[in-house]
Design a protein around this ligand. Structure first.
Ligand SMILES: [Zn+2]
Length: 544
């Protein structure tokens, strides 16, 4: 960590800020932020202590100072309350309470100076609204002003740079792309910002606080190609990671590096200490062998209430079969089959008949570092005629009206990514799937092949559609409409164990083939094979 800066204020940072016994040899300017704006407050060193003059306290906080000839004390009056300080011991008395300052007051040429901790230890006890002193960034926040702590750190990897924003408390933010830079903007009054030194000049030229804003700019380096945003789990500290990915370079005789978007493995190593946010980021490039360790299966629908425009029970067949029950049955069978036959970890976004929001489904897969996401549904049409399975992957554009109808049935449809002057300013976790579309298409193709050899396919076997449930998935993801529940014959079939087994067989087969494809890339790639991941690590806790 290098510079300490405020988004909109110049802060000259002091050195050697130890919280317990601060010693300093330099003048420091603190920034006091309130709803009225910001004011600088200067401190000066005296015998290694950071001191503030009574004049300065008067100017910034309206403190009135006088020497009391009777008690020989120094008295500070603020907002009608008086603090009496002993000039010899540094003891301060506030309405009967006594606190100790780190050092006694000092009389200089220009009057009395008090140790800086007078603000935190004495003034804060009487001052309204509340004072929040933040020594690390020389900031004093007055009242309920929203000044989140934002720690920005750069992690450099081969062909990939991650810029982590750890934000306390979690604060709404947007990521906007401008020519040459990516801007993360926070909805706050000011930022209590700590910027790490940039260390990946190929991809990140600089990290900068934008003056007079609450935004941080990531200046793109010469090798920058594309980016994505990964949002961490909810908690008191929220982590947003912007990943900058190097542009493809022309072949130089070396085997091509893995394509961005290939599923990575969870990074091996020590578990994060308790209380640290669990980032959802995972390597998309680099030497880790791509494979399939975790598959998240998403049984469509669930519960009895309709949420986000999605029917809780899903579609209903003419004989009364509910989509939500069939998808759960198939999902459970698929989980057992994947675990038994491929040895992968398989997790369900719901284990029973209950409501799960669309965004929770993708978030669950992200939090569990899934390598593949399969959402299961049953199709329905107003006509009883259509039948057969259909496989979908995400598109924000270029889909048919029929595909749009299916997406509408399965949840909110996403806005088009192009057209007009629409800024890509949506909360960018939504776009996680965009990095994986190529691989999602590969998976969709394999699922279509393996289904076709076992069950009847619809004339539109593979399609793209703007599914909300897929867009947040940070891994290859497909949605399978395994058949038309609105077709009486197919409704009957879909309810039989034999037909369900055929569907499950096809899906396991597709996952197996996809894994083989990934691993054959690995054997073509140079470098030692990494140790195998544990076959069935316990699932990570679900975020609410
Ligand atoms: Zn559905």
């Amino acid at each position: 960590m290098l510079a300490v800066a405020l988004a909109a204020a110049v802060v000259v940072s002091g050195r050697g800020q130890a919280p317990a016994q601060p010693t300093t040899t330099t003048s420091t300017v603190w920034t006091v932020i309130s709803t009225d704006g910001r004011r600088p407050m200067a401190t000066t060193p005296s015998n290694g202590r950071e001191m503030v003059t009574t004049d300065e306290l008067g100017r910034v906080f309206g403190v009135e100072f006088r020497e009391d000839p009777l008690t020989r004390g120094l008295s500070l009056t603020v907002q009608g309350k008086t603090i009496v300080i002993s000039p010899t011991t540094g003891l301060a008395s506030i309405g009967g309470r006594v606190v100790t300052l780190s050092t006694p007051p000092v009389r200089g040429e220009r009057g009395w100076s008090l140790p800086m901790d007078v603000v935190d230890r004495a003034l804060a006890l009487v001052y309204q609204p509340r004072l929040d002193v933040r020594p690390a960034t020389h900031l004093i926040v007055v009242g309920d002003t929203r000044v989140p702590r934002v720690q920005v750190r750069l992690e450099n990897q081969p062909r990939l740079a991650r810029v982590h924003f750890d934000v306390t408390p979690a604060t709404p933010h947007t990521v906007v792309v401008e020519p040459g830079r990516i801007i993360v903007r926070f909805d706050a009054t000011a930022l209590d910002l700590e910027l790490a030194a940039a260390g990946a000049p190929d991809l990140v030229l600089a990290l900068r606080a934008l003056p007079n804003t609450t935004a941080v700019a990531i200046d793109e380096g010469p090798r920058y190609g594309t980016y994505r945003v990964v949002e961490g789990a909810e908690g008191p500290t929220h982590r947003t990671t912007v990943e900058l990915i190097a542009a493809e370079t022309p072949a130089t005789g070396q085997p091509a590096p893995a394509t961005p978007g290939l599923p990575g493995q969870p990074t091996p190593g020590q578990p994060a200490p308790p209380g640290t946010p669990a980032p959802e980021t995972k390597p998309v490039l680099g030497p880790e062998a791509p494979s399939i360790h975790t598959v998240v299966i998403d049984p469509g629908h669930g519960g009895d209430v309709d949420v986000e425009g999605v029917r809780g029970p899903g579609a209903r067949g003419p004989a009364g079969t509910f989509e939500k029950h069939v998808t759960l049955t198939i999902a459970r069978m698929l989980k057992s089959a994947l675990e038994a036959r491929l040895g992968v970890r398989a997790l369900l976004t719901r284990e029973d008949d209950r409501t799960v929001y669309l965004d929770e489904r993708a978030a669950f897969a992200n939090n569990n570092k899934a390598d593949l996401f399969i959402s299961l549904h049953l199709n329905a049409s107003v006509s009883q005629k259509p039948s057969g399975a259909e496989v979908f992957f995400l598109s924000l554009d270029g889909y048919s009206p029929e595909a749009r109808r299916v997406a509408q049935m399965e949840g909110a449809v996403l806005p088009s990514a192009t057209g007009g002057d629409r800024t890509i300013e949506m909360m960018l976790w939504e776009m996680a799937q965009l990095q994986h579309l190529e691989q999602s298409a590969v998976v969709a193709g394999l699922v279509e092949q393996t289904l076709r050899s076992r069950v009847k396919m619809s004339p539109r076997a593979i399609q793209q559609a703007p599914f909300r449930v897929l867009v947040g998935a940070n891994m290859p993801a497909v949605l399978v409409e395994v058949g038309f529940i609105s077709n009486p014959d197919e409704e009957k079939l879909l309810g039989t164990h034999a037909y369900q087994l055929r569907l499950v067989d096809a899906l396991v087969d597709a996952v197996g083939r996809y894994r083989t494809q990934l691993q054959s890339r690995r054997s073509a790639a140079p470098g030692p094979a990494p140790a195998a991941a544990p076959s069935t690590p316990p699932p990570a806790p679900r975020t609410p």
